[in-house]
Design a protein around this ligand. Structure first.
Ligand code: PBG
Ligand code: ZN
Length: 338
């Protein structure tokens, strides 16, 4: 027999929280910032064979697209409310050399994709990742000395030239992901000199950590380093102080927005960025390894995919992000009302 129930025994008034979130609407009201479609930036891998559409084994539901094939795909997303993409070029191996000469090849995948997307989707915001690792024979993000270390000045000059050429081709934003000291200043100056600074958003991957979460991306983009690792230019995972310094520096050098990457394992850094960079948009990049882990866990029945995708995104917003670069964008466009 269930106990006959009338009323709870009183407790301290200050102990009572439940009444504040007993309804779906009052639960929604607990968030400072609500996830909306306009916060999402979708990564696209563009190859140099125009008709290509090929799956990436380690990156669930993601494909490499040729410049032609990508248009109907993007159309289906724009129709659902997609506002922004970030482009990554995937050139064939014979296009690679020691200095990444083909990063800004006018006939190459990125510049061709910028033009095609601008033409087909006049309202879409087009961001371009700027890096050399997809285009260098050694797979590192800059130009190297004999001993394998990055030559700073040569690298940032090359990166700035690439960024300017993406902007010239019509990119609305350039986002350098190389992490080499001084590239924001060099790119900003390049944009000023080319009279493009007024119409090009400079989005810095400021706090980008070297770690184990970029594997599927490197498979997708063909940018696995042939020797060594990126630990001498991407930040060490424990380096919270370095991240704070990099955030301040990149603002000083002219960044219009900043990215923290990876996302969910680095939410303290996102909270730091929300303080240090409170006057610019803050994006988090939910990277390939984070995305693939959520999929793998869902397949194993450990988590529910949709619930987990939302929990991760909400965590990013709670920590202070206003934008999220995520491979879940197509799903979120289906899941969200606005
Ligand atoms: C290129 C770049 C990488 C990512 C974004 N830009 C790979 C890397 O630094 O090795 C990773 C994105 C992801 O894992 O989803 N420098
Ligand atoms: Zn790189």
């Amino acid at each position: 027999m269930p106990e006959e129930y009338t009323k709870e025994t009183p407790t301290e008034i200050s102990s009572l929280l439940a009444g504040g979130y007993n309804h779906p609407v009052s639960r929604l009201w607990q968030q400072k910032r609500q996830l909306t479609k306009s916060m999402l930036i979708y990564p696209l891998f563009i190859t140099d064979s125009p008709e290509e559409s090929s799956a990436v084994a380690s990156l669930p539901n993601q494909r490499r697209w040729g410049v032609k094939a990508v248009i109907p795909f993007v159309k289906s997303l724009v129709d659902k409310g997609l506002k922004s993409v970030i482009l990554f070029g995937v050139p064939s191996d014979e296009k690679k050399d020691a200095t990444g000469s083909n990063a800004d090849d006018p006939e190459g995948p990125v510049i061709q994709a910028i033009k095609a997307l601008r033409q087909n989707f006049p309202d879409l915001f087009i961001m371009c990742d700027v890096c050399l690792c997809e285009y260098t024979s050694h797979g590192h993000c800059g130009v190297l000395r004999e001993d394998g270390s990055i030559i700073r000045d040569k690298s940032v000059r090359r990166l700035a030239a690439v960024a300017v050429n993406y902007a010239k081709a019509g990119a609305h934003a350039v986002a350098p992901s190389d992490m080499i000291d001084g590239r924001i200043k060099e790119i900003k100056q390049g944009l000023i000199d080319a009279d493009l600074a007024h119409r090009t958003m400079l989005v810095s991957y400021s706090a980008k950590f070297a770690g184990n979460l970029y594997g599927p991306f490197r498979e997708a983009a063909g940018s696995v380093p042939s020797h060594g690792d990126r630990k001498a230019y991407q930040l060490p995972p424990a380096g919270r102080g370095l991240a704070r310094r990099a955030l301040r520096r990149d603002l000083d050098e002219g960044a219009d927005a900043i990215i923290v990457k990876p996302s969910t394992f680095y939410l303290d850094i996102v909270a730091d960025a929300a303080q240090i960079c409170e006057d610019v948009p803050i994006a988090t990049y939910q990277v390939s390894g984070e995305f693939a882990m959520i999929h793998a866990a869902a397949e194993k029945g450990i988590v529910d995919l949709k619930t987990m995708a939302f929990e991760a995104a909400i965590g990013n917003l709670r920590a202070g992000a206003n934008l999220i670069i995520t491979y879940f964008t197509p799903e979120f466009l289906d899941w969200l009302d606005e």
